[in-house]
Structure formats: structure tokens, C-alpha cells
Design a protein around this ligand. Structure first.
Ligand SMILES: Nc1ncnc2c1ncn2[C@@H]1O[C@H](COP(=O)(O)OP(=O)(O)OP(=O)(O)O)[C@@H](O)[C@H]1O
Ligand SMILES: [Mg+2]
Length: 465
């Protein structure tokens, strides 16, 4: 049987050699391309290089559990189908395996018919998942300009810019720290462009192994590398008539960068293993949280590609630089959570609002989302208060009191200048161990004047004995 006629690729992971051999012989005879390996490490090395349709893995093996392998395989290849085997029939591990996304679970010893049946079902499942790959992305991509909440001046300007550049067909580079909303902006652009009825597809270039990234983007021909069992259409072609988001574009290798440049310049791509180019009709949006300009300067990112992507540039400032947006976005998030849980949106009370508004939000909107998800679970009633927010946030946030000491004094109790002077002199003295010369210097008065004021206000070092 010719390699290209194989039914599909299976990786068998088991430390027992007799089991490897048994499955290898049986499944090869069935027309599958089979590879075997005896350890966790060996399996992850093979997976990093080759894509498999199905993995059959023992749960207990040297160097790491089958469940860990399952998680790893699924993070690398979302549509991979994994069957777990174990000699110890424990309901608990079975449940855990299925919860982590194992497709099926069989106990040793098993009948040949049992494994054959499990595998044919697994392949059917893989085929459906592949078909769904593009379909699912299309559904997930719903998002409109209204999903981008902006109240601050910077936020509103950004939204105006999005509206202005959306109708053109030029590439857009979206930059901003992690979690600032780059994907939201990309979807918003698509949703108000003339391509809005076409697909919006995306790939996170940083999350996919290089060989897979190339075939995901450009597609491949059957037989072009081990594992390429049938032709596969690339996402850039699948996005015809629509928009494609190249997320984390700063992580792409030089080889991919060249191919992307060609796609932009010639409006055509060459699938892996193909001889003829294919025309594409797609608008590219690239997003990155790295400094591409610096990468161009140090030679890690092609300048010609950078200029092609950067026809329009949208920079999303971090949340802490547009604090007016924080509470409106927080309320929007609470509404989304409420819609999902079919409850009324929770309300942020004053104590929580102060912290939320002033927190550093290093992880930007995504961190805010996580904090609110958690607070919603912690809050028993309908109100979110300061205690429901993570401790780290509470201690990192200067309170309004600390930022503006006078903020909380109400109108009828406004202090006089004398009271303020007394308090201020006392404060400077106590901060300087009551060293009068030093305090006078800071206060900008003579030492003799300071002595007079100390007497006038009857100031004493209360800690001295
Ligand atoms: N202005 C906004 N209004 C409402 N929701 C927002 C806004 N900005 C971001 N979000 C929400 O915050 C989350 C993170 O946004 P997104 O995934 O677009 O960020 P990102 O910049 O792509 O992050 P990363 O760099 O981690 O990929 C999303 O759930 C998104 O819906
Ligand atoms: Mg993103």
C-alpha cells in the first residue's frame, strides 16, 4: 500500500513493548500509518514534529501520565482524537480522562474487535472535527463595534479610527499589551467593513508549532510530508471574501514571514507541496503585543513585511491609561456574565468601584474579566463589594483617601488654613525625627519661625519620653 493511500496516522504510546507490537501489527494491517513510542517524553517529541489523527495512549507510563500527554496533544492539535488505555479499571481516572477531552477509554485486556471499533469511531470523530474547524471559527467570530466599550477620550478616538479605516481594504496592524482588546478591535473592523458577510478567521501564530502553522495558513497537498494524508485547504484561502487575523505575528519564523509577504504582495499563496499558486481574496489584520519596530531594527522581523502590514496602525493603550473606561467595561462584562448564567447583572458597590477604578490592571481587560468572574462567584447576593476582589488587587490599589487626602472631607467640615498648617508642620516634623533644621528646610521657613509655630500650635513629639 502506497503511503498516500493510508487511512490515517495513529500514534501508540505504551511502555509495554508487546502491546506496542500487537497494536502496530494489527492497525498497520488495517491500513493505518502507525508509529509507536514508549515514554511520555518520546511521545511529546514526536508530536512536536508530526501531526497525528489519533493517539492511543496508556495512562500509566514513565516520565508523565497519559492525562498530561492528552492535555499536551490537545493544546498542540485541537482536533486530535485521543483514546486512553489502562490496565487499572478505575472509574475516577476514566472520568478525569474524559473530562480532559479524551475521546474514548478502554480497559486492558481488550478484544481486537473492541479496539478496531474504537478507532474507526475516533477517525470519524476526527473527520467531523476537521470539518468543524472552519465552521466553528465562523460562529465564534461574531463581534461588533458595540462590543468595544469606550468612554475615555483615548478610547473614543480609537473607536473613531476603527470606523474610519474599516471600509478600506488595506492591512491593519493592531498593537497593545496583552488583554487590551486587539481581537475585539479586529472583529469590530471586520463587522463594519464591506467584507462583513464573509468569514472572519484567525490564528494565534505563537500557539502553533511551526510546521503546523505553515500548513494551517497556506494549506498542504496530500503526501507533501509524512502525515499529509489528504489535501488540506489553508485558512487564508478559507477566509476568501472575509478578513483574516494573524494574531501574535511577532512570533513567526523568517520562513513564514517570507510566505506572508508573498501572500500580501502577490495576493496568492502556495500550499505546502503545491506547484501552482492559489489566488486569495482576504483582508489581513495583524496583531501583536511585541514591539515590531524594535524587531525590525534588530533584524528579527522583516521590514518589508512590517510596512505591508502596517498600512494602518491602531494602538490600544493599556487600561490604566484610560481609567474612565474601566467601570463602563466592568459593567459590560457583568452583563455578559449575567446573560450566560441567566441571572440579573451584579452591581459593583462603592468600595469595589474604588479599587476597580484605581487598580494597576497589568493584564488589562482580560485580568478585569477574570477578577469579575471570580467576584461574581464569591458574591452571594447581587452586590459585588471590595471583599469579593482578589487580595492582590486590594493591596496594590491606592485608595482614593491616599491619593487625595482631602477628598473625603465634606463641605461643612472644611479645614481652615491654620488647621492645615498645624497638621502639615506636625507631619513634616514627625517624618524627620523632629529634627528642626531639616524640617524648616523642607517647609521653606527659618528655624526661628518654626520654633514660634511649634509653640503657637503646642506641637510635641508624642513618641519621645
Ligand atoms: N473595550 C472593550 N470593551 C469590552 N470588552 C473588551 C474591551 N477590550 C477588551 N475586551 C474583552 O477583554 C478580553 C480580552 O480582549 P482580546 O482577546 O481582544 O485582547 P487581546 O489584546 O487580543 O489579548 P492577548 O494579547 O492576550 O491576545 C475579551 O474577552 C474582550 O471581549
Ligand atoms: Mg488576542
Amino acid at each position: 500500500m502506497n503511503e498516500n493511500d493510508k487511512k490515517g496516522r495513529i500514534l501508540i504510546v505504551d511502555d509495554e513493548e508487546s502491546m506496542q507490537e500487537f497494536l502496530d501489527i494489527m492497525l498497520s494491517r488495517e491500513g493505518y500509518e502507525v508509529q509507536t513510542v514508549g515514554s511520555f517524553r518520546g511521545a511529546t517529541n514526536i508530536l512536536a514534529e508530526t501531526e497525528f489523527d489519533v493517539v492511543i495512549s496508556d495512562i500509566k507510563m514513565p516520565g508523565g501520565s497519559g492525562i498530561e500527554l492528552l492535555k499536551k496533544a490537545r493544546s498542540m492539535y485541537p482536533s486530535i482524537t485521543v483514546i486512553m488505555m489502562t490496565a487499572y479499571a478505575s472509574l475516577q481516572t476514566a472520568v478525569e480522562a474524559l473530562r480532559e477531552g479524551a475521546y474514548d477509554y478502554i480497559t486492558k485486556p481488550f478484544e481486537i474487535s473492541q479496539i478496531k471499533y474504537a478507532i474507526s469511531r475516533a477517525f470519524e470523530n476526527k473527520r467531523l472535527r476537521d470539518e468543524n474547524r472552519i465552521l466553528k471559527q465562523k460562529i465564534r467570530s461574531g463581534g461588533t463595534i458595540d462590543d468595544f466599550i469606550a468612554v475615555s477620550k483615548a478610547g473614543r478616538e480609537l473607536k473613531d479610527l476603527v470606523k474610519k479605516i474599516a471600509p478600506s481594504d488595506s492591512s491593519v496592524l493592531v498593537t497593545g499589551e496583552s488583554g487590551t482588546g486587539k481581537e475585539v478591535v479586529a472583529k469590530a473592523i471586520h463587522s463594519i467593513s464591506s467584507r462583513r458577510d464573509g468569514p472572519f478567521l484567525a490564528i494565534n501564530c505563537g500557539a502553533v508549532p511551526e510546521q503546523l502553522l505553515e500548513s494551517e495558513l497556506f494549506g498542504h497537498k496530500k503526501g507533501s510530508f509524512t502525515g499529509a494524508i489528504k489535501d488540506k485547504i489553508g485558512l487564508l484561502e478559507a477566509a476568501t471574501g472575509g478578513t483574516f487575523l494573524l494574531d501574535e505575528v511577532g512570533t513567526t519564523s523568517p520562513a513564514i514571514q517570507i510566505k506572508l509577504l508573498r501572500a500580501l504582495e502577490e495576493r496568492e499563496i502556495i500550499a505546502v507541496g503545491a506547484t501552482q499558486p492559489t489566488k486569495i481574496d482576504v483582508r489581513l489584520i495583524a496583531a501583536t503585543n511585541s514591539n515590531l519596530e524594535a524587531m525590525v531594527l534588530d533584524g528579527t522581523f522583516r521590514d518589508d513585511l512590517y510596512y505591508r502590514l502596517n498600512v494602518f496602525h491602531i494602538h490600544i493603550p493599556p487600561l490604566r491609561e484610560r481609567r474612565e473606561d474601566i467601570l463602563p467595561i466592568a459593567n459590560h462584562i457583568l452583563k455578559t456574565i449575567a446573560a450566560r448564567t441567566e441571572e440579573l447583572p451584579k452591581i459593583i458597590d462603592e468600595s469595589a468601584a474604588q479599587i476597580i477604578e484605581n487598580a494597576p490592571w497589568k493584564g488589562n481587560v482580560r485580568e478585569l474579566e477574570n477578577a469579575l468572574e471570580r467576584a461574581s462567584l464569591m458574591a452571594e447576593g447581587n452586590i459585588i463589594n471590595a471583599k469579593h476582589l482578589p487580595e492582590s488587587l486590594r493591596s496594590a490599589t491606592p485608595t482614593e483617601q491616599q491619593r487625595h487626602p482631602l477628598h473625603s472631607i465634606s463641605d461643612e467640615h472644611l479645614p481652615t488654613i491654620e488647621t492645615m498648617e498645624k497638621a502639615y508642620i506636625y507631619w513634616v516634623l514627625s517624618m524627620n525625627d523632629w529634627k528642626k533644621a531639616r524640617a524648616a528646610e523642607i517647609l521653606g521657613i527659618d528655624v526661628s519661625t518654626l520654633y514660634r509655630k511649634i509653640e503657637k500650635y503646642d506641637l510635641k513629639d508624642l513618641e519621645a519620653d
